[in-house]
Design a protein around this ligand. Sequence first.
Ligand SMILES: NC(=O)c1ccc[n+]([C@@H]2O[C@H](COP(=O)([O-])OP(=O)(O)OC[C@H]3O[C@@H](n4cnc5c(N)ncnc54)[C@H](OP(=O)(O)O)[C@@H]3O)[C@@H](O)[C@H]2O)c1
Length: 270
Amino acid sequence: MDLQGKNVVITGGSQGIGEQMAGDFAAKGASVLVVARSEDKLQVVAERVGGQYLVADLGSASGVDGLVDACLEKLGHIDVWVNNAGLETSDGFADTDRELVRVVNRLNLEAPMMLTRDVLDHMLPRGSGHIVQVSSQAGVVPFPGFTAYCGTKAGLTNFTESLRLELKGCGVGLTVVAPGPVATDMWDRADYKGSYLEPALRRFRLLQQLPIIPVEKIAAQVVAAVEGERRHVRLPRRAAMYHTLNNLPRRIVEIGLMGVKLRRPAAARS
Ligand SMILES: NC(=O)c1ccc[n+]([C@@H]2O[C@H](COP(=O)([O-])OP(=O)(O)OC[C@H]3O[C@@H](n4cnc5c(N)ncnc54)[C@H](OP(=O)(O)O)[C@@H]3O)[C@@H](O)[C@H]2O)c1
């Protein structure tokens, strides 16, 4: 997709990977709308990239419902939707606050699913669009301390791969982003001396399995994936084996379904 003049919505665009993507999409000539809770940060990002913003708490249904319509009111139409807002867990699951487990599920899994549902109603009749799901390597591997987070990201990844089969030939592309650790506040909040994760992280560092990905690198690869309509962004490269093994059953199902004619979504037929 040529991003010049395209409208891009990024949830979790107030900082971190979302903020970097906002700048990178804008640099390609796109009009960017960022969504998050912190209005002060959103204002700064929107001003810097010459875009717009909307304040919404995506950890609650009331923040999610109506968001796509609110974005459409501001933009007219949406070409690219990036589900990026997310929250980590960093304690043993049995010691994780119940309310945090609920919010992490709503923000990392329910919100992207519902927003995908809503934006498809807009993209399918147009026969074009691209949806990016910022998942994680934690959706492919288990890791003590990230347990609830791993569950939500595995759900987001497999939801998207199943949706891909349903949307074949409808003109709407899907990209799953699955990075390892990225240098943002999220990683800083999880990786500190004395954290629950520390002993496990120490072992993985010894095994050379924890290179930290610069935020610029992951954002640039997401933009390139949308431009090139690529299915996946997976970093670091040394995790490729995990992804290949994890994706094998999906490829087998996809090949098994070759030639099967599924009913097109109603919105694509209208
Ligand atoms: N950093 C990593 O190591 C890493 C690795 C793999 C995947 N990821 C994924 O990458 C995505 C971005 O993470 P990041 O590293 O950039 O984290 P971050 O720096 O903590 O940024 C998270 C973003 O999500 C927004 N957000 C959080 N709670 C929200 C809520 N309830 N409603 C609306 N927006 C909310 C935050 O804005 P407000 O606080 O203003 O709402 C912020 O813009 C996440 O989905 C994360 O799971 C990160």
